[in-house]
Design a protein. Sequence first.
Length: 347
Amino acid sequence: MALMDFIKKQFIDIIQWTETGDGTLAWRFPMAEMEIQNGASLTVRESQVAVFVNEGQVADVFGPGMYKLTTQTLPVLTYLKNWDKLFESPFKSDVYFFSTRQQVDQKWGTPQPITIRDKDFGAVRLRAFGNYSFRIGDAKLFHTEISGTRDVYSVVDLDGQLRGLVLQNISNAIASSGVPFLDLAANQIQFAEALATQLVPAFAKIGIKLENITVQNVSLPEELQKVLDQKIGMGMVGNDMGKFMQYQTAQAIPKFAEGAGSGGGIAGDAMGLGAGVALGQVLAQNLSQGLSQNNPAAAPAQQPVVAVVNPADVMTTLEKLGELKAKGILTQEEFDAKKAELLKKLV
């Protein structure tokens, strides 16, 4: 009877995996009650890694190539099995194949706005999304940390874990970069680089190699988006305070025209722009001076100007300037200079 069982027993003489392209990361070679024949052939194709596991302990790891399984090609397994000479009988060992192909166009995003800390604005809530690509970099580590003894482990099974790591590291990426969030939001490539710096070691801890990551969109709260638009506008005119006033006046002209056409009060539109009556006059004077500097021939003769200043208008203007400073549009030095200039008008 024992002889018949031995004759009927099946032995494995070829071990290989033909990937189906369905996003499988790890696949366990079906063993059932079969045993691996001494001298069996192992084929590991390009973009694959094969791992032999003996009683839960990772033994030998094979990269792409063809191998004849003997004690010479299975040194770790030979040690674990206590083979002190060439083994002649079949043996049992779990064999796992891992795909090391690059898994591309993996999506990430923030289902809900997340709060980050920024040195300019304090707490900022944002939404962002993009994509990334990865591959298995350390099959042994991936087996022990992630896939384990499962027959099949796919990209879908890993998706939630990796996206969670991305979201977890967004705040750290912004904080460690030392770059103000507005600059990162305006430069998505720089944002992605800062995020990749944080993610590479986090992915490596589970045997995954991050190939690249992109930030395709950053959605900001409406108020912060307005500040970003202001910053972009300031970038077009530089940091010169006079040019900034000219820029603000240029922004006000369409609203003045719109208010006049609809019968609205021009002064009311000016207040809506956060300038106030007195600030509007100052802005207009700055714009006129700027145009005169660009075209000296068109500059009118200098005439002494006697300005009538309402103390209430000055206080309103100071309040508006304080709001601009709080939002980061004006620096402390610019605010102090403007404050001193307005207070002189009260003397």
